[in-house]
Design a protein around this ligand. Sequence first.
Ligand code: ACM
Ligand code: ZN
Length: 521
Amino acid sequence: MIPLPVDIQYKEGEFYLNSSTCIYSTSNLSTLVKYFLELMIESIGYKLKEVNSGNNPNSINFILDDSLKNLEDEGYILEVLKETIFIKALTAKGIFYGIQSLRQLIHEELIIKIDSKEKIHTVPCLKIEDYPRFKWRGFMLDVGRHFHDIDTIKHILDLLALMKMNVFHWHLTEDQGWRIEIKKYSKLIDIGSKREDTKIKTWWSKKYRGKPHQGFYTQEDIKEIVLYAQDRFITVIPEIEMPGHCRAAIAAYPELSCQKKQKEVAIKPGIFKDIFCVGQEETFNFLKNTLNEIMELFPSDIIHIGGDEVPIKRWKKCADCKSRMKDEKIKKTKDLRNYFTKRIVDYLKSQDKKAMGWNEILYDGIDKEVIAQWWLRKKSEILNHIYNGGSIVSSHLFHVYLDYNYILIPLQKTYSFEPIPKNLHEKYHEKILGVEAPLWCEWVPNRERLEWQIFPRLAAVAEIGWTLRESKNYESFIKRLKQFNKKLDNFGVNYAPLKDVNPTKLYRILNWKNTLKWPEI
Ligand code: ACM
Ligand code: ZN
């Protein structure tokens, strides 16, 4: 099983899952029962029947139990006896995670009993008591660099659920494409969701794919995905990048930039100087109106506002930005960033939403409600934020960035990642909400490539997020991964095979030239 549960006690014997196994649940779990019945049709091919009373032989029972307060809102107990299976929890979410464990425990092989010719799947008898280490177990997908359709998003959400991950961070806007319909600003889609070409292979390559790229989600698509995620107890956190990484928005509305010149949606990756002008009120009006539509679409109480990699070159030369500095008594151009961040954070707060951003948004005096996503450097600033009462999510570049290949970030390195900064006093540990693995898609044009980058490293991230630190064990993980990969085979996932995910030192040295290269598949 991945992630490894807190406690497993194996018992003698097996439960026989067959076509007459029935499902019973206490009240309010009908959506989960429906979900489970569909899963069983897909995995074992039977439509199990639901019954209205408990204590049946050959039954699977979902039981909400108010006395299980110690399991909190995500924990569960899974008990497999020879005649009955019980999943018990305080909440439906706990039951959902019990179901995910049960799915992984059902043996793939069909057994045909000689005496009765009955076809059965077996589940080993055991008792699991389980709850997560961290409350934030996330995956981020960048759909700006390459668009991925809603079927792919749903497929990812299914896989996140299987691994008990609960945050899908959707990076929706980039220099290379704006991907979400905003009704008030139609040019974001008409212009911002299309680009002429795409650089391929690697950062310094001179090769282009030689064809346009485009794609966006309608607001109806977004609603569909949010509901799909909700049914899997996954929170969707939208990210609207600001004040940088917004060339696509500026291509659509050049008046939002300092120079107000027409630019094209970027066709190569990198950091672009053309960012939102902080001097003009139009920028804030645009962002507020956009965020208003975002807040309508996403029920999450956290909105990600990006904030990474902001070059201030244009601000330095802009009359509006200079006059803003004068009016606000801001001495250094770089401090315009903090002015910008504060205005957006305050606006979201006025709408009862919390802002989250990449760690560059931090500054002395930032609202402690802001969640910082720690990806690179600035450990002292991160610690400062924590000491001041702020929270963080750990996404360290050289451990959990899934866009690099396995030469640079082998599976074992990802598995070794510890989200809590070294030597941080225990009283602050609760401020580390958890772990999140980003997949930036500069070199990820399709689902095959995406799955190859994600798996198996995302399974390691799931275990970092869920499993107790003292129970983590790489050898045990690899053993379980072999079983887990069989489940992934059922979903047709193009994971990187185990032989390729931990290249030897010699291989890494001999292939260092390929460290930052991505074959197109
Ligand atoms: C980042 O990788 N630029 C957050
Ligand atoms: Zn400006």
